[in-house]
Design a protein around this ligand. Structure first.
Ligand code: 13P
Length: 252
């Protein structure tokens, strides 16, 4: 059975003190909840990962990184390797976020390399993709999403693919307050699962969690998460507030 997952991508927000505080608040809020079927993940910025890992020990809060370099080590000033993430206790890494693609020129080919490096180091991956507004307006959203998935992930074998969590994040819904309707999310998630089934078979397709991201808030989470192919959310803005984040977690 695939797991439900609510992950908070903190982006370039929260200094050390704010990281400590937010982890503490989230930990406290989920302590009494029955979260047997839901994973809770937070992704602080690199400099605060070690602190977040430390502060989330013996709780259900897991910590992910927001990015990672494709090389194992070497002369790449300012970059962070898979081993470095592992050495501070991080087990999951977000790859392919639309902001990385748009502002840091991350291509499908580069992401395929990052995916291989992460898996070689036994890091779990939250792999993001999604169409832009123009793609949706022209009816090309499935073609775009299908090619993003195929180009960066379909070289993987079935066992490797099971280590990947997918996050569909339509670019037009990120940080805009405009969310995909629950039906739009379900339609795309069903298309994604069928794409996986065609390549890897039903067993793999049914075991992969597919998250939705883009303006998920306490007010719309329940309806989006109720859709059969939506296994959770990748949350930006609303993940910065413990109360809102908890309300979204509780939507399951
Ligand atoms: P918002 O929830 O702020 O729209 O951000 C979504 C996102 O980019 C998560 O990775």
């Amino acid at each position: 059975m695939r797991k439900n997952i609510v992950a908070g991508n903190w982006k370039m927000n929260n200094d050390l003190k704010a990281t400590r505080k937010l982890v503490k608040q989230i930990r406290k809020s989920i302590k009494k909840s029955n979260l047997n079927t839901t994973r809770v993940i937070v992704a602080p910025t690199f400099v605060n990962l070690a602190t977040a890992v430390k502060r989330s020990k013996k709780s259900k809060v897991e910590v992910a990184a927001q990015n990672m370099h494709q090389a194992n080590s070497g002369a790449f000033t300012g970059e962070i390797s898979a081993e470095m993430l592992k050495s501070v206790g991080v087990k999951t890494v977000i790859l392919g976020h639309s902001e990385r693609r748009a502002y840091f020129n991350e291509t499908d080919a580069l992401l395929a390399e990052k995916v291989n490096t992460a898996l070689a180091h036994k890091l779990e991956i939250i792999f993001c993709f999604g169409e832009e507004l123009a793609d949706r307006k022209s009816g090309n959203e499935e073609a775009v999403v299908g090619s993003q998935i195929k180009n960066a992930l379909f070289h993987l074998g079935s066992d490797a693919f099971k280590k990947v969590i997918l996050a569909y994040e339509p670019v037009w819904a990120i940080g805009t307050g405009e969310t995909a309707s629950p039906e739009q999310a379900q339609d795309m998630h069903a298309f994604i699962r069928k794409t996986l089934a065609d390549k890897y078979g039903n067993e793999v397709a049914d075991s992969v969690s597919i998250l939705y991201g883009g303006s998920v808030k306490p007010g719309n989470a329940k309806e989006i998460f109720s859709k059969p192919d939506v296994d959770g959310g990748l949350i930006g803005g609303a993940a910065l507030n413990a109360k809102d984040f908890y309300a979204i977690i509780s939507a399951f």
